[in-house]
Write a protein that binds this ligand. Structure first.
Ligand code: SF4
Ligand code: SF4
Length: 145
């Protein structure tokens, strides 16, 4: 008798299919995890992508982050006096204990409500240059929205 028993062939094929399905499932899971990691906004003061300190949050209505490039910031404090809502403070760089000069940060009390704190500076139409961004000669401040 030549050839294999149909029942055994079918069993092997089923096993192969299951193996491929589990492989695809694992790959999909890995891709989802990667995608989640890529989209995850950095936590406040977390360093990511160079020396950017990101402060803020993300929710259903958008991303609301202020990033401070701590390599560029020299701690001059101009952003502190320029912001009408006292968003910035200058102090010790907690992410870099060896750094000698102070650095600008977003004050703790503003980090979870930046959308609302900055709203007066960001009208829907004819948005003027942002006072904080304009004040920073080092070009260290950027906003995500
Ligand atoms: S104005 Fe710019 S350089 Fe000066 S403290 Fe603020 S972020 Fe830093
Ligand atoms: S946008 Fe206006 S309120 Fe927001 S940090 Fe800049 S100056 Fe302050």
């Amino acid at each position: 008798m030549t050839g294999s028993t149909p029942g055994i062939c079918g069993g092997v094929r089923d096993d192969n299919l299951r193996w491929w399905e589990s492989l695809l499932g694992a790959r999909e899971g890995a891709e989802q995890t990667l995608s989640t990691l890529r989209n995850k906004p950095p936590e406040a003061a977390e360093l990511g992508g160079g020396m950017l300190a990101n402060y803020g949050y993300k929710n259903g209505s958008g991303d609301f982050f202020i990033a401070i490039d701590t390599d560029k910031c020299d701690g001059c404090g101009d952003c502190v006096s320029a912001c009408p809502h006292d968003v910035f403070v200058v102090g010790e760089d907690l992410n870099d204990p060896l750094r000698d000069e102070p650095v600008a940060m977003v004050g703790e009390e503003h980090r979870k409500k930046l959308k609302y704190t900055c709203a007066p500076c960001k009208p829907d139409r004819n948005r003027p240059p942002l006072l904080c961004v304009q004040a920073c000669k080092a070009l260290a401040i950027s906003h995500s929205w």
